[in-house]
Design a protein around this ligand. Structure first.
Ligand code: KIV
Length: 263
C-alpha cells in the first residue's frame, strides 16, 4: 500500500485523480479503511455526535480528539490523517499552536479548523510551525448556533462570491487543503477550480477533488441521513466491501450523483 502524503494528494489534484476521504475514530476501522483503499482518514469532531450521542460537535474536547487520533494512528499504515481541532480551541494563536501541537504529537498529519477569512492568521502561524492546515468552510458545524441550524450555505450570489473569495484568501494564507460542506454544487465547482490546493467536499457536488462522508452515515447507521449521504452498506455483506464500494464510487466519479447534491 502506497503511503499517502500531502505531496501525493496535491499530485492527485493535478492529475485529476479523485481522493477518497472517510471519517475514522479508532484503530480497527483505520485498518479496515486502509484495506479498502481510503486515501485520507479524518478524525472528525463528528465523533461527538456519532460516538458520544450529542446533538452537535460542541462538547468535544481536545483531550478526546487526541485520544481518537492516537487510536486511528495505531491502526493506520498508509493513509493521511487529518484531525479536527475542537470547538473554541483555536480562537487565539496561542491556543491554536498549543492544541494543534497535541494533535500532531498524537499522530495527525494535518489539522482542520472551521471558519472563514479570520482563520488566515492562525493558518499562517500553524504552517510556519510545521502544522499543515485544512480550512473547513461553508456549513461549519461548530458555528451551528450562529448559523441557526445545519443549513446549506452559499445560496445567494453574494454568499457564493464571499465563499469563493474566502477560499482564495485562505489558500494565500497557507492552507494546504480546504473542506467545503453543504453548498450548491456550482459554488463548490468554482471554488475547486479557483484554488490549486485539494478541495474535499461533503454535500458539495461531484466536482471537488475529494469526497468525504461520515463513517456511520455511509454504513447506514443514521436514521435521519442528510440528502448528501448514500448508504453503501446496501447490498454488501461486509463493512470492508461497503467501504471499497464507496472508494470505487468516489474514484470513478459516480458518487455523489445528482440525488446527493444541492442545486
Ligand atoms: O467532523 C467531521 O467529521 C467533519 C465532516 C464534515 C466530515 O468535519
Amino acid at each position: 500500500m502506497k503511503t499517502i502524503t500531502l505531496t501525493t494528494l496535491k499530485a492527485m489534484k493535478e492529475q485529476k485523480q479523485k481522493i477518497a476521504v472517510l471519517t475514522c475514530y479508532d484503530s480497527t476501522f483505520a485498518k479496515v479503511a486502509n484495506n479498502a483503499g481510503v486515501d485520507v482518514l479524518l478524525v472528525g469532531d463528528t465523533l461527538g455526535m456519532v460516538l458520544q450521542g450529542y446533538d452537535s460537535t460542541l462538547p468535544v474536547t481536545t483531550e478526546q480528539m487526541v485520544y481518537h487520533t492516537a487510536c486511528v494512528k495505531s491502526g493506520n499504515t498508509n493513509a493521511f490523517i487529518i484531525s479536527d481541532m475542537s470547538f473554541m480551541t483555536y480562537g487565539t494563536l496561542e491556543d491554536a499552536l498549543k492544541n494543534a501541537g497535541l494533535l500532531m504529537q498524537a499522530g495527525a498529519h494535518m489539522v482542520k479548523i472551521e471558519g472563514d477569512s479570520w482563520l488566515a492568521e492562525s493558518i499562517h502561524k500553524l504552517t510556519q510551525n510545521g502544522v499543515p492546515v485544512c480550512a473547513h468552510i461553508g456549513l461549519t458545524p461548530q458555528s451551528v448556533n450562529v448559523l441557526g441550524g445545519f443549513k446549506v450555505q452559499g445560496k445567494t450570489e453574494d454568499q457564493a462570491k464571499n465563499l469563493i473569495n474566502t477560499a482564495k484568501h485562505l489558500e494565500e494564507a497557507g492552507a494546504a487543503m480546504l473542506l467545503i460542506e453543504c453548498v450548491p454544487s456550482t459554488v463548490a465547482t468554482q471554488i475547486s477550480q479557483s484554488v490549486s490546493i485539494p478541495v474535499i467536499g461533503i454535500g458539495a457536488g461531484a466536482d471537488t477533488d475529494a469526497q468525504v462522508l461520515v463513517l456511520h452515515d455511509m454504513l447506514g447507521l443514521n436514521d435521519k441521513p442528510a440528502k448528501f449521504v448514500k448508504n453503501f452498506m446496501e447490498g454488501q455483506s461486509s463493512i470492508e466491501s461497503a467501504i471499497k464500494e464507496y472508494v470505487k464510487a468516489v474514484k470513478e466519479g459516480s458518487f455523489p450523483s445528482e440525488a446527493h447534491q444541492y442545486i
